[in-house]
Write a protein that binds this ligand. Structure first.
Ligand code: NAG
Ligand code: NAG
Ligand code: NAG
Ligand code: NAG
Ligand code: NAG
Ligand code: NAG
Length: 934
């Protein structure tokens, strides 16, 4: 084996920049460490002591530590009690991380017993740590996608000994590394990560692995671990570089060694802690021997649990398209037993035996449910009001163990049933969010320094016991207290409440103590009189409303008549066109449709003039033809004549217009006027200079094809428009016909969604009898089509198709592209599942973008076109994904654009599943792709 100097240099250059950027985001905590911050010379990692970050537990010297790393000289030991002790690590929402906790106990002193306790990540049970070997470092790794801006790692529930921890590490992963189909509800607990053919017993980690995964050596034979190696197993190594740029980026150093079965067989047995269960499994293979021209290496996996595996033939060099290149077959979901036995056997026509460089197996762990968010708001507010309770507890209030001062229900998510902060020096006002804690049954706030008035508690229908005595609360006693249905005990002594005691409180059966409130009075009963007053008031109010509504209708009719009569005078009546577009938009969440703005009435004659007698047709939407026009003031407009005017009652058309004209968002095409004359219903929209997205993607526009960043920006714009329809309008609006020809581009190439909100009501009335689902072939949500149940998720499905069009530049349905019955969804899904995103990319884009950016969009697009609406993301999540992709694409630092040649290597990311099910990899040569399985 020669020493290749140039290669070495290459590797070095290649690794250098990511190493630096990566290590900045690493968090490495030396738990119990007292030596301040230091850099471990062997790894170059910087460790920080946890002294400032955790207030519980004590630093304990490890007796006779076997590992000579400084972070294992001390451990942090926690009290033996029924509380939990947590570290909080800050994360970036939706980013994937490797979280690692390690434990080395050291020799036992005197009468000690080895500890056994539990490890939690947020509300998810991670592992039971059982120490039985003083010198072993127990490593627990979890791969997560962060759901918020921090995670808690908690230790609790010791059954023997004192719970402790040695190190805690957080390693950000890159983009879609370790993405799974199940990450919304499952974390991945690493069960095995083995480097085969390792040169020593040492682990491999940072800096060899830029993501600092720990790769165990296959020479380190633990009890019942990696036994049963077949005869003829030989270890091989190379010093040549290996191209590892597929999805999981295993370190080159791990890929440079392997085992081969020189007698045709490789076999192993592994203990998988925590199994049986469902697992994500990866094999990392690279041909690192130089095979002669006539030589082949072909083999099959023999493992009864891996479905349909016996027929699949692995040929590494062919699968990876070259030697010294990673081939990464994987199983998304395979059910495994505690002991995994597997073997590879060569096929009869192969000249060489099987080869294995590395493997990784992780168990799916169901993500635990955290305490209800609304309840958390109140608890966090209370924590800020008293140092005494802030320092008491960490992590989730209910899972895995309760905070000292709360009790929880056992629902999922858990709700708070009792708060006890009697005499805890709490200062300030009672948080108004308290009213959202519907499950609360006991509230003890007595003996503090609470001030202000009582907040609304009308929703606390389960509240039985309320202690407010010995505070400085002021204001009146609200009358709702008298009608809280479950209230049994109310204590308010020694406060400064004032005014009348609500009669309801005195009348019902209740323990009620209210002494020492100087301003508080009992009142004489005036019940009947009160009722009369209320009754009269209500009556008058109703009358007023009736008069007001009548007046409104009258004025509105008058106005319409007026408009019509003026136009028939031939005077060309014209109201000023409201040009909402020129005023700054604000995205007002939850605003009511009736808030502002009315599209103006435009006379038909004026439209005839503006459109030169409807001479220039610019399109045909789902509701009719669209004509170009220019109003007298020079404003360019698109005039849509509703095709089926007869089916629109006058009144209904007007209602729709009223609704539509109140929807304003920068990513929705604004309606500026309407006309309803001579049985014609006409809508006048702002003119969009750059036409439809469809024309641009499919090359009908005369302009240059859109580059990737422009496509992403258009996607983001359109997604924001839809999100506004779904969540910013009240009632929310489902577009029902999302497609590229309904996404229009203005003069600055910003996208606006058009054609929304039409005939909303008409079709709502028909939902159960209508047999024709509105929508366009190729974009239509199959679930809606099947059940006629319309939700926002139908738009999400259609939008997923739009995203696939943006990636591929292909049409949603096309016989020549996808064969007889298949559409873009089937085609793209099967390729993306194989890990091949390059084959679906618009050839025009290849070479001018970052593949990770496309992956991000491909990932979310496939989620959008899931069969069932519930598994599809919300528009908000799609926007985040697109923004992610834009960030990746824009971030040019040391991140080379892929070129067509290297992209081929990426595209060959076939899964073992594909090869095992004998799905032919798509033939790229003739440009037509016909998937052979779903
Ligand atoms: C150690 O590093 C942490 C985080 O970088 C910092 O907050 C802390 O002040 C440092 N401690 C010492 C003693 O330098
Ligand atoms: C894996 O497959 C099993 C059986 O087909 C299924 O029940 C399970 O939901 C899948 N996913 C996970 C994460 O376990
Ligand atoms: C409420 O919580 C306290 C402290 O955690 C516990 O001792 C008590 O048993 C709990 N009560 C109920 C009813 O769960
Ligand atoms: C409230 O908590 C205190 C300890 O902080 C305890 O002494 C008291 O008994 C608790 N009261 C109730 C009603 O649980
Ligand atoms: C992500 O992977 C790319 C290679 O595709 C690399 O250039 C980049 O530095 C990585 N980013 C991080 C944060 O590791
Ligand atoms: C394999 O790589 C060669 C160049 O090394 C290239 O010409 C060929 O097209 C690639 N084949 C596939 C299927 O990617």
């Amino acid at each position: 084996m020669g020493f290749y100097f140039p290669h070495f240099l290459l590797i070095f250059l290649f690794l250098a920049p990511p190493v630096l950027s990566q290590v900045k985001d690493f968090i490495s905590i030396d738990c119990g460490g007292t030596g301040g911050n230091y850099t471990d010379r062997r790894t170059g990692l910087t460790w920080i002591s946890d002294t400032g970050t955790i207030s519980h537990g004590t630093s304990v010297e490890v007796e006779d530590p076997k590992a000579n790393s400084p972070q294992y000289l001390k451990r942090r030991e926690f009290p033996i009690d029924d509380r939990k002790y947590c570290y909080t690590l800050s994360t970036q929402e939706r980013r994937r991380y490797l979280v690692r906790a390690t434990f080395q106990y050291g020799s036992l002193k005197d009468e000690d017993t080895y500890p056994k306790f539990k490890l939690y990540l947020d509300a998810t049970e991670w592992s039971t740590v059982t120490i039985f070997d003083a010198s072993r470092i127990y490593v627990n790794e979890m791969i997560i996608r962060a759901s918020s801006t921090s995670i808690d790692v908690c230790i609790c529930c010791a059954t023997t000994g004192s719970p402790f921890i040695s190190t805690l590490e957080l390693r950000p992963l890159n983009l879609s590394m370790y993405a799974t189909d199940f990450e919304d509800s499952f974390f991945l607990r690493v069960a095995a990560r083995v480097n085969f053919g390792a040169k020593t017993k040492d682990i491999i980690r940072y800096p060899d692995d830029p993501y600092d995964r720990i790769w165990d050596s296959d020479l380190e034979k633990r009890q019942n671990y990696l036994v049963g190696v077949a005869t003829g197993t030989k270890r091989i190594e190379t010093s040549r570089n290996i191209a590892v740029n597929t999805r999981e980026y295993p370190p080159v150093k791990v890929m440079q060694t392997a085992v081969v079965g020189t007698e045709g067989k490789l076999s192993y047995r592994l203990n998988l802690e925590g199994f049986p269960g469902n697992a994500r499994a990866y094999a990392y293979l690279a041909e690192i021997e130089d095979l002669g021209p006539k030589e082949t290496r072909k083999f099959k996996l023999d493992e009864p649990n891996f479905a349909d595996s016996s027929n699949a033939v692995v040929n590494i060099a062919e699968n990876a398209n070259g030697s010294y290149t990673l081939y990464e077959p994987s199983y998304m979901n395979v059910s495994l037993q505690f002991v995994l036995s597997f073997s590879f056997g060569k096929t009869r026509d192969s000249t060489r035996g099987p080869l294995l460089n590395a493997m990784e197996i992780s168990k799916y762990v169901q993500i635990g449910t955290k305490t209800d968010k609304q309840d958390l708001v109140v608890l966090n507010a209370l924590r800020l009001m008293s140092a005494e309770i802030t320092s008491a507890d960490e992590g989730d209030p209910c899972v895995p163990t309760q905070w000292e001062w709360v009790n929880c229900s056992s629902n999922a998510p858990p709700r708070i049933t009792k708060i006890n902060i009697s005499g805890k020096n709490v200062k300030g006002e009672i948080p108004s969010e308290l009213n959202n804690m519907e499950e609360l049954s006991e509230l003890w706030l007595d003996g503090n320094s609470l001030t202000g008035t009582l907040p609304d508690m009308t929703n606390l229908i389960n509240l039985k016991i309320l202690h407010l005595e010995n505070n400085q609360l002021t204001g009146p006693l609200p009358s709702y207290l008298g009608s809280l249905p479950s209230l049994q005990e109310l204590y308010i002594q020694n406060n400064s409440f004032a005014g009348d005691i609500p009669p309801g409180l005195l009348a019902r059966k209740l323990v009620f103590k209210y002494e020492d409130n100087p301003g508080l009075h009992k009142v004489a009963q005036k019940k009947k009189h009160l009722n009369l007053v209320v009754g009269t008031a209500v009556g008058v109010f109703v009358l007023l409303i009736v008069i007001f509504l009548g007046g409104l209708l009258f004025v509105r009719n008058l106005r319409r008549k007026e408009a019509q009569s003026k136009t028939s005078d031939g005077k060309g009546y014209s109201m000023r066109i409201s040009t909402k577009a020129s005023t700054p938009y604000s995205i007002s969440r939850g605003s009511h449709l009736m808030d502002d703005g009315i599209a103006c009435y435009i006379a038909f004659s004026e439209l005839e003039e503006a459109t030169n007698n409807f001479s220039k047709k610019i399109g045909k939407g789902s509701f009719g033809s669209v004509y170009y026009g220019r109003m007298r003031d020079g404003k360019e407009v698109a005039v849509k004549i509703m095709a089926d005017s007869s089916s629109h009652g006058d009144q209904q058309f007007v209602t729709e217009v009223a609704l539509l004209s109140r929807i304003h968002h920068r990513n929705l095409v604004p309606l500026i006027g309407y006309c309803e004359e001579e049985h014609q219903c006409v809508l006048v929209y702002e003119y969009m200079h750059n036409g439809t997205l469809r024309d641009h993607i499919h090359g009908y526009a005369d302009q240059e094809r859109l580059d990737w960043l422009t496509r992403l920006r258009i996607g983001e714009d359109a997604a924001k428009g839809l999100e506004y329809l779904h969540t910013g309008c009240n009632p929310s609006i489902i577009h029902r016909d999302v497609k590229t020809s309904n996404i229009l581009l203005d003069i600055n190439m910003r996208a606006k969604v058009s054609d929304f909100g039409l005939s909303r009501q008409a079709e709502e009335d028909l939902t159960h009898i209508s047999s024709v689902a509105r929508g366009t072939v190729g974009y239509l949500d199959p679930e809606y089509y099947a059940c006629q149940q319309l939700t926002e998720k139908s738009d999400v499905y259609s939008f997923g198709v739009v995203l696939l069009e943006l990636i591929s530049g292909r049409k949603p349905v096309s016989q020549e592209d996808y064969g007889a019955e298949l559409n873009i969804v089937h085609w793209a899904r099967s390729l993306i599942r194989k890990g091949d995103v390059v084959s679906i990319m618009d050839p025009f884009l290849i070479g001018n973008l970052k593949i990770e950016s496309v992956w991000r969009i491909a990932e979310v697009a496939i989620q959008c076109v899931q069969q069932h609406g519930v598994s599809r993301p919300r528009m908000q999540e799609i926007i985040l994904a697109i923004q992610d992709a834009m960030k990746i694409e824009k971030d040019t630092e040391g991140n080379p654009k892929i070129s067509p040649s290297s992209s081929k290597a990426q595209s060959s990311r076939k899964t073992l599943l594909t090869s095992f099910l004998e799905i032919e990899p798509p033939d790229l040569s003739n440009g037509s792709l016909v998937p052979s399985a779903r």
